[in-house]
Design a protein around this ligand. Structure first.
Ligand code: NAP
Length: 290
């Protein structure tokens, strides 16, 4: 299944995320994902595994244009010149000339001028053909509004925390209104599990009952729900049978009552960092050269 971005670039709806996969395990996981059919990989400079992602893609035998590759600039590299150089670092580690989708990882609201400088560098990279699409991640309504006022090109994608327990209606509605594709991170609610703060999405009764009706797993039902809403999703796993399971979702058709029942599970409680609290001081870390 493909999604068309606001600059007419086509992107697979379902990708493979590699956050928290140690560098020495990343190539095996990405190889497994490519083997079962994923054609989009989501990494980030801050995940420290871009090199292994590039290795796995090269070893897959797939041609460069068969895999949609996206990565993210970390806040330490914000500012026009630093972000231009950050592209060279990421492209160098990935071993590619062109990155399909390049995102700013966080808005960094307290230092928004640096964020704007970084975004203008993405616009430059797009104009130069070094990236095929540009976007943002964890941008909230006010960040998108300021970005739109002060830059030229709307993001193609806003990657945000999005799972049945946290669905960010205001951001998602603004994304939709402005033609920005919402991409779900933690799309099956992994963060409700690895943060260990109560019932997880995998144990939720409503999702479990819908999964039983379809004879599928909760993860598959959550991914079908994301896709039926027109969102892109990037589940992560290092477990081969789950990597495969999470890709076997395109035939699932939830009823509108089932979609509504999952929508109603939103608690409004964020798992990830509060976007307004992301500062260099709290989250900065150097990103090594290629
Ligand atoms: N932009 C951002 O700020 C941001 C933040 C977080 C994540 N992300 C992106 O989003 C991707 C996915 O997010 P995520 O890793 O937080 O959460 P997720 O994909 O929702 O969940 C991953 C977790 O669920 C487990 N899992 C995977 N498939 C499963 C299945 N079928 N049944 C049961 N458990 C399953 C995984 O365990 P095993 O691996 O042990 O199988 C892992 O612990 C990341 O890899 C990253 O690319 C972006």
């Amino acid at each position: 299944m493909q999604l068309t971005l606001n600059n007419d670039v086509s992107m697979p709806a379902l990708g493979f995320g590699v956050y928290q996969i140690p560098p020495d395990e990343t190539a095996a996981a990405v190889s497994e994902a490519l083997q079962v059919g994923y054609r989009m990989i989501d990494t980030a400079a801050s995940y420290e595994n871009e090199r292994a992602v590039g290795d796995a893609i090269r070893e897959s035998g797939l041609t460069r244009d068969e895999v949609f590759l996206q990565t993210k600039i970390w806040i330490t590299d914000y500012g026009f010149d630093k972000t231009l150089h950050a592209f060279d670092k990421s492209a160098g580690k990935l071993g590619v000339g062109v990155i399909d989708l390049l995102l700013l990882h966080q808005a960094m609201p307290g230092e928004f001028d640096q964020t704007l400088g970084a975004y203008r560098a993405l616009e430059r990279l797009l104009a130069e053909g070094k990236v095929r699409a540009i976007g943002v991640s964890n941008f909230m309504v006010e960040h998108l509004r300021e970005l739109r006022e002060r830059t030229d090109i709307l993001p193609a994608v806003n990657q945000i925390e999005m799972h049945p327990f946290f669905t960010q209606p205001a951001v998602r509605e603004l994304n939709n209104a402005w033609g920005i594709r919402t991409q779900a991170w933690s799309p099956i609610g992994g963060i409700t599990d690895y943060l260990g703060t109560g019932t997880t999405t995998f144990e939720d009764g409503t999702i479990g009952a819908i999964a039983a009706e379809h004879r599928r797993t909760p993860a598959q039902i959550m991914l079908a729900w994301q896709l039926q809403h027109g969102r892109s999703a990037i589940p992560k796993s290092v477990t081969p049978h789950r990597i495969a399971e999470n890709f076997e979702v395109f035939d699932i058709e939830l009823t509108s009552a089932q979609v509504t029942a999952i929508d109603a599970l939103d608690t409004g409680q964020r798992g990830g960092p509060e976007p307004d609290e992301v500062t260099q001081e709290a989250f900065g870390k150097p990103i090594p050269e290629a």
